[in-house]
Design a protein around this ligand. Sequence first.
Ligand SMILES: [Zn+2]
Ligand SMILES: [Zn+2]
Length: 268
Amino acid sequence: MLDRKANRMASSLRFIGSGNAFCPPGRFHSCVVLDETVLIDAPPTILPQLHAAGISSAAITDLMITHWHGDHVFGLPFLLLERRFITDRDGVERLRIHLKASGVERMKSICELAFPGTLLPVIEERVEWVVNDVGEVGQWSYERFPVFHTPATEPHGYMLRDSNGFTLLHTGDSGPCETIDQRRPEADAVILEMGVPDGAEFPHHHRPTDIARVAEADSKRTFLITHSYASGAGVPIGFKMPALPPNAIQVEDGQKYHLEPGNVTLDD
Ligand SMILES: [Zn+2]
Ligand SMILES: [Zn+2]
């Protein structure tokens, strides 16, 4: 009997940015693309980030938003602008934007502030707002859940499961919290932010010691560390990358990972 499952394509996860809000040297703002089509967050420099990855803005079918900080959403006007005037002039493609309902007016405001009079009609014609806390993107189903970050930004993470059964826990921006701990045991891989160095007192972010504690206690799981305060590998200026347990991988801009149940491999 044909094993239909074996014929399914493994999912992919591409980091087109891995830095925190300050864009440390060698890193763009944190951002991932699933299966080359689903964006999680849209940083201000989303266009150069997509260009560097060789992904057309018109190929993005879905944008999932974690919270309202500028390093996560200020790229939306540029994404829509490039689709409208360069990559999808005929308006063939629709963009589904997944977010809390309270963010719809906020996203429209950002677009109107950025390009007055231009983008609201584009949104009207080409954007579909998806506000439920459970849904689907491509071959993934997801659940959105609250995390621990600046409350005014309505911070959330996403628990995503693909058709092969791979489970990805994307925790957005968050300090350590119960809602992440509850979901972690079910995940094949966990994307965690490391926004501040040790010694800093910002409970809404993970520090290296927080990452080390969770990764050491859960040594079989892969932790992909992004939204980093540290400079990119080999960059001589800025904060140095800290030492972390081997299952806590400090990702670099441009890296692409293949995702199969129980297995996360770097494409090189
Ligand atoms: Zn951030
Ligand atoms: Zn944030």
